[in-house]
Structures are given as C-alpha cells and as structure tokens.
Design a protein around this ligand. Structure first.
Ligand SMILES: C[S@@+](CC[C@H](N)C(=O)[O-])C[C@H]1O[C@@H](n2cnc3c(N)ncnc32)[C@H](O)[C@@H]1O
Length: 237
C-alpha cells in the first residue's frame, strides 16, 4: 500500500504547504514510510510522531526527529493543540467511530494547522465489468460492511470536516486504472490469498468468483479500476 499510495500522499502534503520546522502527527502509519519522509522534510527543527495501534512495523525505526508512539486514536492520549499537520491514510474506513477519530485528530492541531485524510471510496468497483468481477466486488462490499468496514467513507469526509468547523475544506479523488499483473493487481491478489477462506465462509463470495478474479487479475490484457482515494483536507480555525 505504501508503494502504491505514498506518491499521492506526499503530493497532497506538499500542496498543503509543508515547511521545515513543522510538528506532524501521522495516525495509523502502518510501515511509517510517510512519517519517515515527513521527518526528512521538516528537519532539522521539526518533529514527527509516527503512531499506530500496532507498532510491529515501526518499532525499530530510529530517525533523530521521529518519535514512534502507540496511539489508539479512539482512546489513547493525544496532545491538544500541538501539531501543524495531522494526517491519516486508509485508517478511518476501519474505525468504528470515524467521527470521534476525526474530532480527536482535529483537537491535536494548533490553530491554523492542517488536517489531511486519504480514504477509499469504492464507487468504481460498483461499476466494474465483466459480470464475474462485478459480482466479486458486490460480494466483497457486502462482506466488508458485515464486518464494519466502510469502503464508501471517502465521500463522507468533506461534509464531516466542514461540520467540525474546519476552514478551506477541499477534497479530490484519485482513481488508478490498472491491468492484470500490475502492482495494484498483485496487491489485490495477495489480499485475496489472505482473505479467501473468510470470504467464502461468509457466504458473500463464491469460490468460482474468486477463481475468475484470480484469472483476470493475472491477465495483462484486462484493465479495471476499483477504488477512488479521496484526499480531504482543511485548516483549523
Ligand atoms: C490499512 S492500514 C493503512 C496503513 C498506512 N496508513 C498506509 O496507508 O499504508 C490501517 C492502519 O490503521 C491502524 N489502525 C486501525 N485502527 C486504529 C486505531 N483505532 N488507532 C490507530 N491506528 C489504527 C492499523 O493498525 C493499520 O496500521
């Protein structure tokens, strides 16, 4: 995911005016690649907190102006009014109360500080073809909603941010079109390897559907799109 989404994430952060000296917080940072990049960009006087619920991929990160911290954004302590930038990517769609998570992230911003989230909206999957791929994504979306994942959260964030009194709220979508065997296709094939059994047992996706999916996602002549990643941002008043 980091390889596929870091260029987009970095571009949006740059556009929002990142400066040396900024204090930054990344929530749900995964392998921490964006936090490491931020640390290099805000050095020498800036500071970055790379945080996640699960520190397994970042516990050994040693960068002078980067601090690794375990934060559950729904519960753990977060300093108030401390950061110039708070960002989270592909985190809110997994969270039981995204509203609370966003409120807590906004509380961590200084006045004038910048918030940026990048979250999925699976609208393209709902219009995918051929029928076997469409049926796969329908089943995937039913399964994900049954386990509390909101793959349509991207479209909901701008109004949520505006309702929380952020200023200059803006949002923009990015949709990759990719073919079988490409990095995005491999990402999905690997994800499916992990979830195959669970999906079939849920009754939402058939083994036949998964086998058709495997075939097309390995075929370079097959082109498709699945997710629009929506970058939503605003400034704290
Ligand atoms: C799909 S991964 C995305 C990782 C990374 N942001 C990226 O885009 O590559 C979701 C991340 O959110 C973290 N996460 C889930 N719930 C969280 C919570 N309540 N507080 C903080 N992090 C959370 C997970 O541990 C995981 O690292």
């Amino acid at each position: 995911m980091a390889q596929l989404l870091d260029p987009l994430h970095r571009r949006h952060i740059e556009q929002l005016g990142l400066q040396p000296g900024w204090r930054c917080l990344e929530v749900g940072c995964g392998i921490g690649s964006i936090s490491q990049w931020l640390a290099s960009r805000v050095a020498p006087s800036g500071h970055v907190v790379a945080s996640d619920l699960d520190l397994r991929y970042i516990v050994n990160l040693h960068v002078p102006n980067l601090e690794v911290r375990q934060i559950n954004i729904l519960e753990g302590p977060v300093e108030e009014g401390a950061y110039d930038l708070v960002t989270a990517r592909a985190v809110l769609h997994h969270i039981a109360s995204p509203e609370r998570a966003v409120e807590r992230m906004l509380a961590a911003l200084k006045p004038g500080g910048v918030f940026l989230s990048i979250e999925p909206d699976m609208l393209p999957a709902t219009a995918s073809a051929p029928e076997s791929i469409h049926a796969f994504w329908q089943g995937w979306l039913e399964w994900s909603s049954s386990v509390g994942i909101d793959y349509f959260i991207g479209r909901k964030l701008p109004s949520l941010l505006a309702g929380l009194n952020l200023e200059a709220v803006a949002a923009e979508g990015h949709t990759a079109l990719y073919n079988g065997g490409s990095p995005w296709a491999i990402y999905w094939l690997e994800t499916l390897q992990e979830l195959r059994q669970r999906l079939i047992e849920s009754g939402h996706v058939s083994a036949q559907c998964i086998s058709d999916f495997d075939k097309l996602y390995s075929d370079p002549r097959f082109w498709t799109s699945t997710i629009t990643f929506i970058a939503s941002s605003g400034h704290k008043a």
